[in-house]
Design a protein around this ligand. Sequence first.
Ligand code: KG4
Ligand code: ZN
Length: 325
Amino acid sequence: MAAAVVRGREILASVVHAQIEVHAPYGGVVPELASRDHVRWVSQVVGEALRCANVTPAQLGGVAVTAGPGLVGSLLVGLCFGKALAMRQGVPVVGVHHVAGHLASAELADERLAAPYLGLVVSGGHTALYRIEADGPPALLGETLDDAVGEAFDKVAKLLGLSYPGGPAVAREAEAGDERAIAFPRPMLGEPNLDFSYSGLKTAVALQVEKRRAAGALAARDVADLAASFQAAATDVLVTKARRALRREGLGRLAVVGGVAANQRLRREIEAAARADRFLAVFPPLALCTDNAAMIAAAGARLLLRGEFDGAGLGTFARAPVHAR
Ligand code: KG4
Ligand code: ZN
């Protein structure tokens, strides 16, 4: 659950109420617990964002809410609260697509990121490449055919017995490991398309874990090497496909967004590619990589400036391509 107040490119306040303690015992998000926690916190989190920004509800020019995709139970809580707040203040409400929010986080971070540019969206639910134009919806160039890359990080963390959330835990373990220890496959690298696939890589890690477990307990050294080798395979594919997309589309700017954009190996490898191929690579600051409300507010503000807003009939959606909004 998160709330933020933005004015133009400036983030006046951004509050994130993480639910890690709620879900950690289960090793993943439990939808019913998530929505109940949203109900409990929504009013306080929005109130805290306004207080931190030193802004009263009457000073708001509009309200942006995430309409989807996501867990509908949780989305509904934010949507109802946002609609009610907008109605009470007599300002417009606008529904934002989660991926459009992630893309806006890069635009918030660096004003050199002008359209057209390539957007690499890497999170727990998405792994996709988009061509972003100044006008019109993002054009999908390629996406994962099965698991998202963040999901693969989370599943590998579980296999290795690491804590939830998995991405940062795998990255931490990887620091002590040798990424050349195990030659994991680089899925879809040989294919000429811009698509991804992560379920085979996850299975390859599972097989290696089983093999080692059969021979005894998983040693700390093994965990570190498996984490590093998996991280290298998972991120190499992202870098190669992003380079290919930039070349194919004739683009000189790349934005890497979503929770996995916080990964330091991915950042290093993209930076190296940017120097070699001479393109501009933009990453949001770490706090704006994982889910936050500032990116939703920024994306919503842009829609409102274009005169696009919704009415009381605005609903949520569990799935929809980003060009739905
Ligand atoms: O964007 P996000 O906060 O939520 C979704 O929209 O899914 O992304 C969360 C994902 C999780 O799968 C998490 O494990 C991953 O981002 N993640 C990372 C890192 N930090 C978060 N993956 C790899 N390395 C990280 N440092
Ligand atoms: Zn996200």
